[in-house]
Design a protein around this ligand. Structure first.
Ligand code: SF4
Ligand code: SF4
Length: 347
């Protein structure tokens, strides 16, 4: 018989109640640590998402203050940890990424970008699963024994919804790992934008790029490291998204999530607040489209995502999230967690 994990929940009716959210998150963290008998190490990473430039609906760092205070009061030294993104933007390299994070208010504790300057630092974690044998997990995440994964539960254009599993799978992968999760792992060159500067050739570790009359990336040689995307000064190398959202995409993301949490003790805290249709990587103004639910905490990434979805009404669920349910089934089948859970509501 499987022992069901607890999911703790504090209802919060408005994202504007920053103090209540911050206190609630602290209360949840304390409760999980006590009930699950967790002893935290001195240095504890808080996996976050800093929000894309122009995005206004990511979870602001003030809401994490209670968690930070609790950790510091208990002699811990927390730090924010995050990885570079796959596409070109302000979070593509470490320097710009940190600058944006500071501008977005993540100033309370140090920031570590876990996969190096442009996503080149990773460890291959062996998992031996249906789709992937190994996963490229950001080096400074693979080194950690413990982590607190702070997720913003919201919709996602590809995954249906984003929560703890996505924060682990996509959020902890180095750039090449992010690319690998999409079905088409070979990027494409836009000939109309390419200025033939050949910077991409210098960065390619496998001589896969031809720049000339017919510029192209050779499928047989490309190892999907995504370095060329990050170095092209003219943004002319793109991810081939066509056909990339499929069952394979969900399965690979779940397998990456499995690799990211392998041999780690993790506490998941999900903020189901300010819930937008698309994710915090969207660099434009969005409005929340379902009501605020509250904060959830657990040691099971599948249970916590399931609990967030279960709190939605049928109408809200159908609106966008239902597409993502396949990932929960697959995640459970590979042993990432359990869709069933005990819900404990804390007032
Ligand atoms: S780096 Fe970009 S612009 Fe320069 S040759 Fe490569 S694809 Fe073209
Ligand atoms: S993804 Fe990596 S291996 Fe493939 S073409 Fe770009 S730099 Fe080369």
């Amino acid at each position: 018989m499987t022992l069901l994990k607890n999911v703790y929940f504090i209802p919060i009716s408005s994202y504007s109640e920053t103090e209540k959210i911050s206190d609630g998150a602290k209360k949840l963290l304390e409760r999980v640590i006590k009930d699950e008998g967790i002893t935290l190490e001195k240095n504890i990473p808080l996996k976050v998402h800093f929000g894309e430039k122009g995005n206004l609906t990511f979870i602001k760092s003030d809401n994490y203050q209670g968690i930070i205070d609790y950790l510091k009061e208990n002699g811990k030294e927390p730090f924010f940890i995050e990885t570079n993104v796959l596409y070109r933007g302000d979070r593509t390299n470490r320097k710009n990424h940190v600058r944006l994070a500071l501008k977005h208010g993540f100033t309370q504790i140090p920031i570590i970008i876990a996969d190096g300057e442009i996503g080149e630092e990773y460890e291959e974690i062996e998992i031996g699963m249906k789709n992937l044998d190994k996963c490229k997990i950001a080096k400074q995440i693979s080194n950690q024994k413990q982590m607190i994964v702070l997720s913003h539960f919201k919709g996602h254009i590809g995954a249906g919804f984003g929560g703890a599993i996505k924060q682990l799978g996509m959020g902890c992968a180095a750039r090449g790992g992010k690319l690998e999760q999409h079905a088409n792992t070979v990027p494409i060159i836009n000939p109309l934008q390419c200025k033939k500067c050949k910077k991409c050739i210098e960065s390619c570790p496998s001589e896969a790029i031809n720049i000339g009359l017919f510029s192209r990336i050779k499928k047989q040689k490309c190892i999907g490291c995504a370095a060329c995307i990050s170095v092209c000064p003219h943004r002319s190398i793109k991810i081939n998204w066509i056909g990339s959202i499929s069952r394979k995409f969900y399965e690979r993301m779940a397998e990456y999530a499995y690799a990211a949490q392998k041999n780690k003790e993790i506490i998941y805290i999900s903020f189901a607040l300010n819930i937008t249709k698309n994710c915090d990587c969207e660099g434009h103004r969005m409005k929340p489209f379902v009501r605020d639910l509250g904060i959830f905490a657990s040691t099971d990434p599948v249970a916590i995502d399931m609990a967030c979805l279960d709190k939605l009404s049928k109408r809200e669920d159908r609106a966008v999230f239902i597409r993502g349910r396949y990932i929960l089934n697959y995640s459970q089948s590979i042993g990432l967690g359990n869709k069933e859970y005990n819900l404990i509501e804390i007032k």
